[in-house]
Design a protein. Structure first.
Length: 212
């Protein structure tokens, strides 16, 4: 079984002594109530684990893409295109506002047959994560603090990417399972409506926070 320890031993560019500070930095970033985690919980509550898996796959595909791009020098591209990051920030916030509105407007007639609510899917997860500027910040901080600052160091970039995918996917599944566990306790129409208002409100606050 592959573990973070065995990965670090295989790719010697990250000393074992760096794993604890790496985990200390990335754990709160991965498990905090950002748009990815909030949506995993809310979709897990509404659609269950199996139907939300494509959404999680989309999120982590975007994280994989950003990690490789930043590892191989995307930050230098952003330096030359200063307008690009604000575009990602405002587009991401607008998309999260749209998702919040989708939760507010759902009619809650039937849990699985409601056609108005935002539904999980690979492209939805990919888009949410792709338009999350905080993800770019987090990955850039990770590479600054834990890489050797040699652009193009293939093994080091692959190791950090694998580690961030492991901790990100763990966070997404934790929120998904938590939401799915709560769903068994919410069966009434009023309960489902309140659930949508709560998650819609959280997403609204997340969208505002992304503009900071």
């Amino acid at each position: 079984m592959v573990t973070i320890l065995t990965l670090s031993q295989k790719y010697q560019h990250m000393p074992l002594s760096m794993l604890a500070p790496w985990f200390g930095l990335m754990f709160p970033l991965a498990f905090s109530a950002g748009p990815n985690n909030v949506l995993c919980a809310s979709l897990g509550m509404r659609f269950g684990i199996r139907k939300t898996l494509p959404f999680i796959a989309g999120i982590n595909t975007s994280i994989l893409l950003y990690s490789l791009l930043i590892g191989f020098g995307m930050d230098r591209l952003l330096d030359h295109l200063p307008w690009l990051f604000p575009v990602i920030k405002y587009a991401g916030s607008a998309y999260i506002f749209f998702l919040a509105w989708s939760f507010f407007r759902t009619k809650n007639k039937q849990k699985d047959k409601d056609e108005d609510v935002f539904r999980p899917g690979f492209m939805s997860g990919f888009t949410v994560s792709l338009l999350n500027p905080k993800l770019i910040y987090a990955l850039a901080i990770m590479f600054v603090k834990f890489s050797s600052h040699t652009k193009g160091n293939f093994q080091e970039i692959i190791l950090l990417t694998i580690l961030v995918i492991i901790i990100s996917a763990s966070a997404h599944f934790t929120w998904l399972l938590g939401g799915n566990l709560i769903s068994g306790k919410i069966t009434s129409g009023k309960g489902l409506k309140l659930q949508n208002y709560v998650f819609g409100g959280i997403l609204f606050l997340v969208a505002v926070w992304m503009l900071r």
